[in-house]
Design a protein around this ligand. Sequence first.
Ligand code: F6R
Length: 611
Amino acid sequence: MCGIVGYVGNGRALDVLLSGLKRLEYRGYDSAGYSLQMDDSLVVRKCIGRVKELEEMNPGDAINATTGIAHTRWATHGEPTTVNAHPHSDFSGRISLVHNGIIENYKSLRKKLVAQGISFESETDTEVLAKLVGSEAGKGKNLFDAVKDALVQVRGTYGIAVLSADQPSTLVAARYGSPLVVGIGDGENIVASDVAAIVAHTRNVIYLEEGEIVEITSGGISSNSSDPRMTRDRIQHVDWDLAEIEKDGFSHYMLKEINSQPESLRNAFRGRIDLVNGTSRLGGLGMSESDMRGVKRIVITACGTSWHSGLIGKYVIEKLARIPVDVEYASEFRYRDPVLEDGTVMFVISQSGETADTLAALRLAKKRGIRTLGIVNVVGSTIARETDSGVYIHAGPEIGVASTKAFTGQTMILSLIALAFGRAKGNLTREDGIELCRAIMEIPEKVETILGGCDSIMEIARQFTYASNFLYLGRGVNYPVALEGALKLKEISYIHAEGYPAAEMKHGPIALIDDMMPVTVIAVKDAAYEKVMSNIHEVKARRGRVLAIATEGDNEIRTVADWVLEIPPVTDILVPLLSVIPLQLLSYYVAVSRGCDVDKPRNLAKSVTVE
Ligand code: F6R
């Protein structure tokens, strides 16, 4: 959440800042601003709304400035207003600061500063930090030392970039709990909250460590870390293609990402399937077969959509490997006193690798001596770096705020993990393993078939434009898919939707059913089919309208459901990889027909770096 960009070099800072902010806008988009260093002063512009509004503001002579910082905001403290937008200034107006994170003790710091005669304009926690840096600088310190001494007084999380009118061509940046990365260019350096803002300029980056403070000039970077010189060893190469962060002719990132799933799923299993032995090879896990046999319990922790993929992981791992699995909301896990016995390993699932609650749950498990394994998309992210080992899902950048291809990538990796554990523990024969490997390899083609039918999904979606409630039902491994379908719909179309295990419906939600309530049921030809059919009859008996996700060629379901969307047949445990696709498309088309901003839904942001 919140996007930060800072530039120092020989080029026009404003161009780099604005194009960087546009790429980071998915992190927050309620207001935006920049500060440019011009001669011996700072030129600050801020506005409510999107980066395109900011672009229209006149920077005056600062258009040619070569040093600056910028921010796109997701409000935490104080409404989205121009005054609350970043950058914030110190009392003299000679220091500007942008911030991602939360300063928890901002009230007491503010009181202290007010007592020193410093006044405040905004309601934000960030302004306190800006004033604090100014107050330290007022004691004759350079910007780096002023930032360092201000941060000592702060409790909370931050990724910050700071600029001073008194120190030309210099930025200071620091991180604790919020990611920051520095792009190393030729005579120019860029700091940003994620590499998306950097890749157009350089692929060489340094990820800042927790607690690190850096001074950045066009010629180099120096740091307070144990490795104070930014040696070449710390530079990592980002292998993203710029095309991966463009819309590529699609009207939205979300639609592009839904359509890229055949490819992202191939990337998830490429080089990881062992057809000879009927197992998977996940070198990144760093676990031998005997390590796997020693695992007595698995805890999966995650948030949101990633938590849903974790629930699918529970079904699949328990079925194939017979290891008990608990799936925990990271935000709950971190504040409980969880029982973590010997023999427990934790899988930490996160697309961004930066989610604050998930990171805290990971750190808690590590403190308790539990082995932690990441299932992460963003390479080099904090969770990827802090887990003991892990597997990347290789889905490529996910820009649409509603997660789609990351969900299927995570689900695919969990199936590969279940396969490896199942084979290592001897619960799965080589023959069954080979059959599952083959089924996995056929998934991308089957996803393509579903995507090919998107016109009929669009047609059906149109009929739900004015719906105000939706129920999603599924059983077994498709129950988490029902949760995910409901989440997708509510987050981008603002229609209230709930996901339930199909049989639970009669314990309460059935009271809601009438002819105004569309009920989406995942009713594929699996072991639960007959039971789910009974649930559909219960809905129909109350005049509910049923949209069924069914297996190709199932004519019986057409006699009861009002609408049917077909998916190709597939072995039970892999169904979620297919059944979720029509639900993603359904929510997308419903949101479009309601005129919603699909890629930037209200109140949301990608990468939730505050708790
Ligand atoms: C929903 C969505 C969120 C994320 C959640 C966790 O579409 O994207 O629910 O899944 O915020 O994010 P990550 O996976 O980045 O930890």
